[in-house]
Design a protein around this ligand. Sequence first.
Ligand code: PRX
Length: 656
Amino acid sequence: MANDAGISLIATSTKIEPPEEYRAKSYLQSYEAYLAKYRRSIDDPAGFWNEVADELAWQSRLSTVIEGHMPDFKFFPGSTINVCENCVDRHAKHPLTRNKVALFFEGENGDRKSVTYQQFYDEVQKFANVLKSFGLQKGDVVSVYMQNLIETYVVLMACLRLGVVYNTVFAGFSPGALRERIVSSNAKMVICANASLRRGKVLNLKATVDEALEGVESVKQVIVYNRLPGVETPMTPGRDLDYDALMAAAAADCPPAVLDANDAGLLIFTSGTSGRPKGIVHAGGGFLLGTYAYTKYQLDLRPEDVYWNTADIGWLTSHIFVLVGGLALGVTTLLYEGALDYPQPGRLYEVVQRYRVNKLFSAPTAYRMMMKHGEEVASRYDLSSLELLVSVGEPFNPEAWHWIRRVVGGGKAVINNTWGQTETGGTPLASLPGATPMKPGSCGVPFLGHALDVTDLDGKPVPDGTPGYLVIRNVFPSLARDVFGDHDRYLSAYFSQVPGAYFTGDSAVRDADGQYWVLGRVDDVINVSGHRISTMEMESSLIQHEAVVEAAVVGQPDEIKGAVPIAFVTLEKGFTPSAELEAALKAQVVRDIGTFARPEQVYFVEAMPKTRSGKIIRRMLREIIKEGTVQGDITGLEDIEVVEQLVENIGHRVES
Ligand code: PRX
């Protein structure tokens, strides 16, 4: 599961203590404090979650905290709570936070806006009334195809206010991928921006929506926010409506719906082991409870912070740490649209400097990109406000870790590499930044109330220092409650591998200090710049092409992106390899999934390495592109010549 070099790096990694100034401002200030609280939270999870729940506003609260067991469980069954009320109303009604900025917006083109909690409250209520006026109610699904904008937050909060289940779709997905998500979630409405900016290019989101909706009956309205008024935006009469016009006519008074803590709150699709993406369903109240706790203790979020999380709203990280977790804690948050190094490589630093951001949350890909742009770029800016730098989504290699801490964090900032998944609705592994020592590359320690373990396939713990499967043994409120419309898939994807535990699909090592190191996926999912892509989804796209007989996609390590997809294809008779065909195949994947899934390279091969039962052995393809040869076990091969040929044709290109 991991190579020896990786394991020895883990064994020799040294601990770095958080600086005293940081520790003093942290919720948990020593390792002993963490350990004591962690043990209590595992011995008495109900007590721990009750304590978290005390800090939230409930509509009604019964005494039961946890009911049932994995995979059939509830938190606070019968108790009622509204996410929006906790994230918006509480702060808008409080004299100290009413006029505080909730959200700053910075567009890629330099546009700037902000809203206070009071203004945000008004906008959210208006949009909730807009949704109501179209008859939307608790349990209905709407698709949201927007980039990071204040209006996106208004839309999502309005949904949470009514119990309308939103499904955010990353605004880089192709019409085909958007359509699939709209259809399989049975969405009644689509809400989109007319366009967004990425590296100076205008992405016409409304045109994508129009294409995605061709022939789709379930969607009755499309609400369009004119982010870029100059972009021509054809509107279909009777279906398409202008966001601003609807808002101008709406009343700013809409009471929050009464919702059970276990009612569905949000839906987000993610790639799994099989071809079709899964619609992960989170309970609204459970998600609030969990994300509030993660955000509080892992980011030490305080009312006085200026906090910037660069994640796009299309990925769950934003919902965990900004939309719900961040706003529940009443902080000031920055939303940024577009590329972080555009129009010049120091854009991210410029934004940090302008707003005096003290807590920055991004992804290893972005951190590696900053490293690539070099130290001189960073030195042009005042980054002294930064106290905490957080990361999620992919392995954070020690080289980038050290560079970021020294150059961006002034040698003093705390680095917190967190591990989480769309399914966990949060980050069960992370540092408690003022309490636990940092180890460059590690994902820290189990979060309060979460019993993590590294096991073999029978669920038996493996010794520390040994790779195994990362599992979670107990229930927690933000764990996904279902796969939309497919409960059997929920059970089989997550609860059928290791008896009695949630199976993460990742491999990991726990070291002698109790810190966890996540090594990577054990299934056919690759992680490109933090985007989860199912290799099977890519393969099914490729084989749609008339020239392709068989396709196999594997991840190849990449210095900046973590991994890039590489495709192997065999061709139908009559077709020959060519640059045009390679371009057409890449375009096909972009069309079906999105630009971020574009194969870095397409290899045309005579045959695939297969087992005797006909399964493609992707491990060998991975080895060939990585090492130029195959050294692992080849006894299962049906035809050894296939591999010899591949090594001859592809292996030498790798070495050169
Ligand atoms: O393989 C793990 C990797 O990303 C996967 C989850 O991806 P996604 O659902 O898109 O993430 C949403 C984040 C809330 C995991 O199964 N991953 C995530 N964090 C790390 C990581 N791999 C290594 N180190 C991490 N810190």
